[in-house]
Design a protein around this ligand. Structure first.
Ligand SMILES: [Zn+2]
Length: 131
């Protein structure tokens, strides 16, 4: 799934790609596990910002929930900067408490993927485990 996210970022090199990641049911204290990657359309088709269409967002959350999953993370790419949340990202994240933010950095030859929790304007790195 991580490969798919990176492939998506590379395919849309002219703009920030974005998408949604479903997490399977956690509960016993174990870390959440990604179960599905949904490629979304960036309504801005811009290199500087992204937004997922509201209808697509709701529809996808519905589809995830029908499978017994939940929206766990939103991903997007930074085509020319480090994979660190921008102020725009931090502001946007305020609307989505509890979500994880996966950012694919394409500035270097090898894509760099980072994951964060952004709460109350504070950015915390989250460990990303690929199994
Ligand atoms: Zn960003």
């Amino acid at each position: 799934m991580l490969d798919d996210v990176i492939a998506h970022a590379r395919e849309e090199y002219d703009a920030e790609c974005c998408g949604m990641i479903a997490y399977g049911p956690a509960g016993d204290g174990s870390p959440a596990e990604a179960t599905r990657v949904h490629r979304a359309r960036n309504v801005y088709a811009s290199r500087k910002r992204f937004e997922i269409d509201g209808k697509e967002l709701l529809h996808t959350i519905d589809a995830f929930e029908q499978e017994g999953w939940e929206l766990g993370a939103i991903y997007h790419s930074h085509t020319h900067t480090d994979p660190y949340p921008s102020q725009t990202d931090i502001n946007f994240a305020a609307n989505w408490p509890g979500l994880e933010w996966l950012i694919v950095g394409l500035a270097e030859e090898h894509p760099e993927v980072r994951c964060y929790l952004i709460e109350d304007g504070e950015v915390r790195a989250v460990e990303l485990q690929v199994t």
